[in-house]
Design a protein around this ligand. Sequence first.
Ligand code: GLP
Length: 240
Amino acid sequence: MKIIKVKNYDELSIEASKIVANLLKQKEDACLGLATGGTPIGMYQNLIKMYRDGEISFRNIKTYNLDEYCDLDQNHSQSYYSYMHEHLFNNIDISKDNIHIPEGNSGNNEEACRKFNELLNQSTIDLQVLGIGGNGHIGFNEPGTPFNQETFVVELTDKTRNDNKRFFDSIEEVPRYAITMGIKNIVQAKKILLLASGLGKAEAVARLINGEISEGFPASILKRHDNVIVIIDEEAALLL
Ligand code: GLP
């Protein structure tokens, strides 16, 4: 893994957006794997600015999102569908047909997983953006998920639901299940960009960089991938 240390969140967002933009400049029909959460918001803002400045275009880009909550209306303000449209898609020239997000509210989650997994297997993601959960989860692959897992319905841990409750009115409103790309899907990407910012990620970052590879800490699988960039800011690097 190549580790890039930066000062703060703003620098992290700039570095991350440059990596994505460089890919888009080299390959106008690139395939991007995208993440939600608080961390990539600054990166998306910079990408929107680059698009508005005429530096990059998403016209022929395809995107695949990591995950989506189950049983939450697509138009709920906290669905990942809404998040992606608000923070990126509504502000760029991407074709709606090229956006792929797991369908968490179709009424048949198993079928939604099968369809999404089939789509993933028909494409090759050039660059997968990842955040990291405090417990080492990537996408919604919680500790203990087998490394050979493909797209599936996951029961979210209490830790993850608690971490994400800040986006909802109460803990009861945080969905209990989600559809996520499996670890096997994630590591099939040609290149992976993991972003971690803030003190809350310091322990997870230290374990990612210094710990063993184990299914108990899902992000550790990235050490077996030969093209991973990890960008961390000073706070996230505190325990290194
Ligand atoms: C969420 C998402 C992940 C994200 C992670 C960290 O639960 N499913 O894809 O990377 O948790 O989120 P944040 O960036 O808000 O810390």
